[in-house]
Design a protein around this ligand. Sequence first.
Ligand code: SDX
Length: 432
Amino acid sequence: MKLVDNKATLSFSNGSPSVDLPVYAGNIGPDVIDIRKLYAQTGMFTYDPGFLSTASCQSAITYIDGDKGELLYRGYPIEQLATQCDYLDTCYLLLNGELPNESQRGDFHKLVTNHTMVNEQMQFFLRGFRRDAHPMAVLTGLVGGLSAFYHDSTDINNPKHREIAAIRLIAKMPTLVAMAYKYGIGQPYMYPKNDLSYSGNFLRMMFGTPCEEYQVNPVLARALDRIFILHADHEQNASTSTVRLAGSSGANPFACIAAGIACLWGPSHGGANEEALNMLKEIGTPERIPEFIEGVKDRKYKLMGFGHRVYKNYDPRAKVMQQSAHEVLEAVGDPNDPLLQVARELERVALNDEYFIERKLFPNVDFYSGITLSAMGFPTTMFTVLFALARTVGWIAQWQEMMEDPSQKIGRPRQLYTGPTQRDYVPVERRG
Ligand code: SDX
């Protein structure tokens, strides 16, 4: 970041001395006012619950322009990566800052492939869960449990350990996710198969059985790879900020990613894809849309898969996701899937309704993902788990960037205290 020839002067109407604050610029996007010395200079904190106007860090990984609806991974537009790249090359890009050349690509793919198995003890870890446990609860436990298996890669101050932990997490998430699914349906686990692609291997571990050879459908593998790319990273969203905050205390990477998974589960965040499909099923037919929209306006519920803290325009990922929905439904589902009809009519109505227009509410990445994943055979409860699988690379890339930042400190926000002023203890016999 570079100091700009500008400063912010904070003046007070009560005659307190004004304070000059430096302004820094990045390469693109809003400048920042550096308030690190504000408390020392004024005895006051800033106040920004929800961090609507707060930059928590500097980062070179992902850039979002919410007004234009643009998303760049290390400078590359998401639309180009989603249609021309594959997920593992995108992982390499997010982790290393550049797309891999041929030999780097081969080495990275091989490295990930050779780490896809998990310790056999993991099977016994799973047995502690009820069969009907939500897979997000299981995954949070499994990933947190990884730190119990990999002491050899949890010295977070060792760059080599950080790198191997990143590879292990990217490589093992598909295996763990598939194990959580198989455990829930009472089917045997499928071991990874090294001659398959990342997405193809995952589809086989999810839907294959030991009873017959599983044929990977290339259309589904490609669509899933694209869905993983779309979900790979997204600047300082709630779960990424959770990973950074957990990492700032020196917690090991597996524990930090488990914290990110837990945060992603919320319906306002990654849990929205599951809620969005449930919403479409509840609406059922285009005829019921007007009544549903009235309920949204009466604030009875939100339009799931719509709205975004940053995008005040169309989420570029939603456009690519909508294309994937058509492709998958053409390949394996019903191109006239009633849920797709409901989704498209609901989008049309909302985009032309003043209530949504004035609040700049557009479809986000979660609006169409559920229809696509459902057509691919994934149960609704697996949708957020798939989001976590794909986002693991973004979380770990952001965690690595934070760990490599020499100015990194433990994150410790302050507050505006509104509780009781000091008072003396009252013994129980004298309380009212
Ligand atoms: C993800 O941050 C990221 O980058 C996240 C993510 C990523 O890749 O990591 O992009 C993934 O989490 C996408 C978002 C998925 N969530 C949903 O689809 C759930 C539905 N969306 C909303 O809950 C909401 O839009 C949020 C949480 C996503 C954003 O909320 P904000 O920015 O805090 O905005 P807000 O709640 O202050 O809303 C502003 C206004 C309010 O109305 P008023 O009080 O001003 O009258 O818009 C309304 C809200 O009530 N509003 C909605 C709405 N979203 C906002 N009204 C109806 N339906 C909605 N979906």
